[in-house]
Design a protein. Structure first.
Length: 492
């Protein structure tokens, strides 16, 4: 993945600093609670939600199992419709392709639809190095860009900002990027939205090149789909002469019929709407209607490595709804920046370490950025078992073992700093495979319970400083069962 977040500390350090920011915590608490409450009501309207969720899971799993076939079908369909398909193995290759395509138009600025994929590869930074200005047109992304900030949420990138902060950013920065904010701008939502509309309208009418991602790609027709709530995406997709779409290879679905499922589950899970206000679909190019040149850049960037992991591959089902962020107690308190990735929250904790690997300190810490409460799994519209993948990645970090990197099978070494954890897990594994030793240990623990400390020593003190240690029962369950339901002789 891109080095956009290079220099970030490991999650524990970043979260330690974030939880002390009372304004951040207040902003996050208000926003996430509001979104998740609305989502719960929207989902409850559908009696067949569980069936839709299972259907989405099965469609995604089927597609991933046959990804090679559907990608070839997609390329053929896009090409037949007048588009050009480019393949990018990693972020650097994708950035080179897009930069070259923009330069070939002779333009020095582009307008962008909100896109996680372009953030993942650091496209804005690559274009800037090439002397090309990239203007974000999504309202939240605009706020982040004007504030020289980083996104902290998948759906609402500026969720960490309140209205007063946004007003100040518009007043200070808009004039440097284009049309300045109106005089006397207040923090009322209507005025802020109007200031953004006036600022962006000039960009839309002037731009000759648009850059987008896509929520879905339909293999049978070569159709791309973008869903959004503001209309800025529609402007970027229709007004420019050239459109370049940068999309991860996992965003494909086999048929138009499959869209029916996701166009019901995505809006309800993300914005708590029955349907998205703007659903834009385009297939190649059409004479005198919309962009006359269309390029599709398909990026891998660690996705086939993730696909090779039987447990971890379910992260590729993600449709970027952000429901898992809004229910996560860790995200609510730490915020998105602590994850050191454009993919924050529970999905980021399993996706980023697979796309980027776990060699860096930040990526090795992300699978531990969870309480394993399971709330993320309960709300996921494609049933990604995030806790299962988190535990799987923790095991990989602690124990090492086989993995796929850049298409090659490698054996990862255990990460540093986990020697005590490895020893504890090996001791537990030995005890569980030796019933006699386990039974003896349980009895010793019960009979010495009065001498047990209330807090853990050493590094364990950080855990027990905010919670009580569970008390050991006065009698092991095995002994209780034997005393009340059986005899030592019968063992019943």
């Amino acid at each position: 993945m891109s080095g956009t977040f290079v220099g970030m500390p490991a999650f524990p350090k970043a979260a330690h600093d974030a939880v002390r920011n009372t304004t951040l915590r207040a902003n996050l608490r208000h926003a996430t609670h509001t979104i998740r409450d609305k989502r719960a009501k929207a989902v409850a309207e559908l009696d067949d939600w569980a069936l839709l969720r299972e259907a989405g899971k099965q469609i995604k799993d089927h597609t991933l199992r046959h990804l090679d076939t559907y990608l070839v079908q997609l390329e053929e369909a896009v090409t037949a419709a007048g588009g050009v398909v480019h393949w990018a193995a990693d972020a650097d290759e994708a950035n080179r392709i897009v930069t070259r395509l923009v330069r070939e138009t002779g333009e020095s600025e582009v307008v962008k639809v909100k896109s996680m994929a372009t953030q993942e590869i650091g496209l804005n930074e690559a274009l800037e190095e090439a002397g090309i200005a990239a203007y974000e047109t999504d309202l939240a992304e605009l706020i982040v860009q004007l504030g020289h900030d980083r996104p902290s949420h998948i759906l609402v990138p500026a969720i960490h900002r309140n209205r007063g902060e946004i007003r100040d950013i518009f007043r200070k920065e808009m004039g440097e990027w284009g049309r300045p904010a109106p005089d006397g701008l207040t923090d009322t939502p209507a005025e802020l939205a109007e200031a953004a509309r006036l600022h962006l309208r000039e960009k839309f009418l002037r731009a000759k090149v648009g850059i987008s991602g896509a929520n879905f790609m339909v293999a049978e027709t070569g159709t791309l789909v973008v869903v959004e709530s503001e209309g800025n995406g529609r402007m970027c997709l229709t007004l420019p002469e050239t459109l370049i779409s940068v999309v991860g290879i996992e965003k494909i679905v086999p048929t138009w019929r499959d869209l029916e499922v996701f166009l019901q589950t995505l809006p309800r899970s993300s914005t708590a709407e029955r349907m998205n206000p703007y659903t834009s679909m385009w297939t190649g190019t059409t004479d005198s209607d919309g962009p006359q040149t269309f390029h599709l850049v398909l990026i891998d960037n660690g996705r086939t490595d993730t696909l090779a992991d039987e447990i971890g591959r379910q992260a590729l089902r993600c449709i970027r709804c952000s429901a898992c962020l809004n229910v996560c107690p860790v995200y609510e308190r730490a915020g998105g920046h602590a994850y050191g990735s454009v993919y924050p929250g529970p999905i980021g904790a399993i996706l980023s370490p697979q796309l980027r690997g776990t060699a860096s300190e930040i990526d090795a810490s992300l699978p531990y950025a969870s309480s394993l409460c399971g709330a993320c799994y309960e709300v996921c519209p494609v049933a990604i078992d995030i806790p299962e993948v988190l535990v799987h990645l923790r095991e990989r970090i602690v124990q090492g073992g086989p993995a796929t990197r850049r298409g090659n099978r490698v054996v990862l070494k255990p990460a540093k700093g986990h020697a005590a954890e490895r020893a504890a897990m090996r001791a537990a594994a030995w005890a569980f495979t030796h019933p006699g030793a386990l039974r003896a240990g349980q009895r010793v623990a019960s009979r010495t319970r009065r001498f047990h400390p209330r807090t853990l020593p050493g590094p364990g003190r950080a855990w027990s400083a905010t919670r009580d240690l569970p008390q050991v029962p006065a009698e092991p369950f095995r002994d209780w069962w034997q005393r009340t339901h059986g005899t030592k002789e019968s063992g019943k």
